[in-house]
Design a protein around this ligand. Structure first.
Ligand code: TRP
Length: 460
């Protein structure tokens, strides 16, 4: 990371010390056995951490609505590293999620100087075309552009009131010379992540954002801001159960039962609490202790797993009362695949990665030159075996090209025992990658000229 405690979302140099990242940023680790039909990336520990993923899993179990928000930077060509998020999006879609895809054309303009028209072209021809080929279903997928969705920009502006320049300096390392378009980019991303919860985009429901850890600063910022807007806080109670507490803010003071002098207006306050009690009794809580004067309400019988329902009830009520009623986004984090050379994967160094439209020859050349985990001589290799942690061909089979766990284990065992040689594992990788790239190309051809199916109304 190179800059102490901070992650720079715009740097390609990211830490891969995932254990430390989990600790440092207070993430939870993913337990694939807790997921319905865990996907390949979950089973293999590649999706390693999350925030509030249990909320989304609960929705899957109850068949409640939930959404996915993902974003792409429309600059450069799409490569394997970008496809990992789409694997997860597809999995969420299979589990019932609706999908919103942000084309971060404003961010690409701000941080890379990509013009909006170029960004648009790249997004569709490079990214959306491959998303389609990777199997996203158009019926429940909506692609939009940051530059042409006013409600996202409006949120970026209005939610901007909940943060300030010092916070941005400490989160992102911005300073006096930072371009102001760049300063706005994180707030636009907050708008991206929040806006599917607006009534016109599907309304109140959990939204999960699958990302690489480099994006966590944006996730934390968004969660923080969403929480600051909430009119009711639902917290675990020390002695068991849940507490709902009023969060009094300038714009809700009167509705929260304060009069102009700052004193409590008893009538309004008790009406509010009756309303809260009635809402909560509708979802099955009868043992409720209200303390209108303090602005708190206790539900001793509620468990932590009731927290979500209670929260949803309070957010719905907040919306009826005129508040925004926002859930903090959930998120998942995937590991980064190593670059083919053993360094970081980077679009600007084509030898470090495989692009979605690389020809088979090009791909083969890269795999053949890729960093090997084999021993210097055949004799030594037969005796000591290869190192799958280091071997790039193996890693690529694991991350991308070999979906069958039993086959992958077989290859791993063979390589580590020395039965499979370094050149042979590369050959296996080339074979599987050839199938994968060929199928992807066929699918791309099938989608040629039909990508409008994926675009939202304001995108076409
Ligand atoms: N910042 C992201 C990137 O650098 C792109 C992006 C914009 C995004 N809005 C988003 C990603 C919302 C996830 C969710 O790639």
């Amino acid at each position: 990371m190179g800059n102490g405690e901070r992650i720079d979302p715009w740097s390609s140099d990211q830490s891969t010390d995932y254990g430390r990242i989990i600790e440092q940023f207070g993430l939870d680790s993913v337990d694939p056995s807790g997921l319905p039909n865990p996907g390949m990336l979950h089973r293999r520990g590649i999706v390693f951490a999350h925030r509030d993923l249990d909320v989304v899993v609960g929705c899957m179990e109850r068949s409640d609505p939930f959404g996915v928000l993902t974003g792409l930077m429309p600059s450069g060509r799409m490569h394997l590293g970008h496809s990992m998020v789409i694997d997860q999006v597809r999995w969420f879609q299979e589990q019932g999620a609706d999908i919103t895809v942000t084309v971060a054309d404003l961010e690409a303009l701000a941080t890379r100087g990509t013009s909006l028209s170029k960004g648009r072209e790249t997004a569709i021809s490079e990214y959306i075309h491959n998303y389609a080929a990777l199997g996203l279903i158009p019926d429940t997928t909506n692609v939009y552009f940051q530059s042409s969705r006013p409600s996202v920009q409006r949120l970026a502006f209005t939610l901007g009131r909940r943060t300030n320049l010092s916070e941005f300096e400490s989160i992102y390392g911005f300073s006096g010379s930072t371009n102001l378009a760049h300063v706005q980019a994180p707030l636009v991303q907050v708008g991206d992540i929040i806006h599917p919860q607006l009534e016109e985009y599907g309304g109140l429901r959990p939204i999960v954002v699958p990302v690489g850890v480099d994006q966590d600063p944006h996730i934390r910022l968004t969660r923080d801001i969403a929480q600051k807007t909430n009119w009711f806080n639902v917290k675990p109670r020390k002695s068991g159960g849940l507490t709902v507490a009023l969060s009094v803010q300038d714009e809700n003071k009167t509705k929260m039962g304060f009069n102009i002098n700052g004193g409590v207006d008893r009538t309004t306050r008790s009406t509010l609490f009756e309303r809260m009690e009635s809402g909560l009794s509708k979802i099955g809580f009868s043992d409720i202790f209200s303390n209108p004067k303090h602005g708190t309400l206790e539900i001793p019988g509620a468990t932590l797993s009731d927290r979500f329902q209670v929260r949803m009830t309070m957010l719905a009520m907040e919306r009826e009362m005129g508040g925004m009623g926002l859930l903090p986004p959930c998120s998942t984090y995937h590991r980064f695949a190593v670059g083919m050379t053993g360094d970081k994967m980077s679009s600007s160094k084509p030898e470090t990665t495989i692009f979605m439209d690389d020809g088979l020859d090009e791909m083969s050349k890269k795999v053949k030159r890729a960093l090997s985990g084999g021993q210097p001589t055949v004799e030594e290799h037969r005796r000591h075996g290869g190192d799958t942690d280091k071997d790039v061909a193996f890693q690529y089979l694991q991350y991308f090209f070999e979906p069958n766990d039993a086959e992958l284990d077989e290859i791993k065992g063979g390589y580590e025992s020395g039965r499979i040689l370094a050149g042979e594992i590369k050959q296996i990788c080339i074979e599987r990658a050839s199938e994968w790239l060929t199928e992807l190309k066929d699918k791309r051809d099938e989608w040629e000229g039909r990508l409008d199916d994926f675009l939202a109304q304001d995108a076409s």
